[in-house]
Design a binder for this molecule. Sequence first.
Ligand SMILES: Nc1nc2c(c(=O)[nH]1)N[C@H]1C(S)=C(S)[C@@H](COP(=O)(O)O)O[C@H]1N2
Ligand SMILES: [Mo]
Length: 414
Amino acid sequence: MSERAYDRDRLRQFLSGEAAGEGLSRRVVLRLMGAAAGLAAAGTGTGAGTAAAAGRRGIVKPLPAELFTVRDTNAETNWAALRGTGYYTPVDRFFVRNHTSTPVLDPARWRLTVWGGGLRGRAVEFSYEDLRSLPAVTRSECLECAGNGRSYFAAQQGDAVTGTPWTMGAVGAARWRGARLSDVLRAAGLSRRAVDVMPRGLDPVYTAHGTDYGHVRRPMPVAKALDDVLLAYEMNGRPLLPDHGCPARLVVPSWVGIASVKWVGDIEVSDRPLFSPWNTVFYRLFGSAYPPGGSPPLTRQPVRSAFELPLGAVFAAGRVHRLTGRSWSGGGSIRRVEVSTDDGATWREARLHDTPRPGGWVRWSTSWHPYEPGPARLLARATDTAGTTQPFRAVPNEQGFFFDAVVRHPVRVV
Ligand SMILES: Nc1nc2c(c(=O)[nH]1)N[C@H]1C(S)=C(S)[C@@H](COP(=O)(O)O)O[C@H]1N2
Ligand SMILES: [Mo]
C-alpha cells in the first residue's frame, strides 16, 4: 500500500471512531493497556534495573553552551557549531529530543521482544548479540524533529502554538549502522496478515497535563517497516550513546523523528490498525486549515534550510563574507538553494557542496558583501526534487509542526 493510501485509510478509521475525538477511545486505550500488561513479564528483565542517573535535564552527555541550547528535557544543536564540521553531525553536538529522560541500559541485559497477531507464532526475543549477528547495513540519513523551527511560527508569523520552541537545530545527519527491521521481523515470523508495526521505548512513561500516555510508541505501516527502516546500534561508527537510543533504536528514513523510537524494548506486529497517542493526539496537524478531526498522522518531513550562524551574528561592513548553510527535505533530494540578503527582493543560487540524495542534506555556500551598517536578514530557500519550494509563510497548526517557511535570519552589520 502506498504511504498516501495508508494515511487516508488510517484517517478514516481514526475519524470513524476506532479512536475518537481528542484522545483515544476507551476501547483502544483498554486494548493498549492490555497489551502493556501482557508484556510486563517480558519487559522487566530487559531495561529495568539498569537505570543510572542521567545528567542535567535527564540527558547524559555534556551540553556545553557553545554546542547546545537546552530546552526543558531537550537539547537543541546550535547551528553555528556545525560550521566546518563536515557532512555528518558529530555526536557531541547532535540534538537530543526526550519526552522524559534518557534511560541508561546495559546492552548485555537488554532484550527486544517482537510480538503480536501479525506474527505466525509466539513472541520472539532478541538479545544485543542476536541483533548484531543479523546482516549489518549502513545508511546515511538525516534525523529531524517534526517540531523543528517551531519558534518561528510565533517569531515570524505571530501564530500561537504549543510545544518546544526550537529554532532550527532539532536536526542532524548521521551514518547509522544496524540490522534491517525487515530482517528482524522476518526472523520473528512475520505473517502475511501483518498491517502495522509499533515499536515502544524503554524510557519512563510520558505524562503531560495530568494524562499518562504510557511509553513512547508509534505505529507505522508494515510496508514502511519492510522498506528502508533500520534497527540501529551504531551512529557515526560508534555504539549509540545512551541519549540516542543505546542499545538500539529505529531509524525511519525521511519520516518525522518521532517514528525513530529510541531504546526499543518491544515491537508489536499487528494484524489490525494500531493507534497510540503519537499518531492520534500528537504529530498530526490541527487548526483552521485542517479538517475538524485533524490531518493524517505526519510521515515525511518538509523542506527546510538553515545558516550555520547564530541568530544575531555580527558582520563587518565593507568586507566579503562567506555564508554557509544546509538544506534538506523528507520529500526527496535538494535540487536548488537560493539566498537573499535583501529581504527577498533579489535571490542568487548558492553553491552546493554535496551531491544531493534522498534522506540527506546538502551543504551550500555563497558570498556576501554588506556595505551599510545596521540590522539585516539573511534568507535561504530550498527546492527539492518533488518540486516543493519553501514558502514565505508556513500554514499554522496548533502544535506547531512542520514550520517549512523561509527563515528570516536576523544579523547585524557593523
Ligand atoms: N523512546 C523514545 N524514542 C524517541 C523519543 C522519546 O522521547 N522516547 N523522541 C522522539 C523524537 S520526538 C525525536 S525528534 C527523536 C530524536 O532523536 P535524538 O534524541 O537521537 O536526536 O527521537 C524520537 N524517539
Ligand atoms: Mo520529535
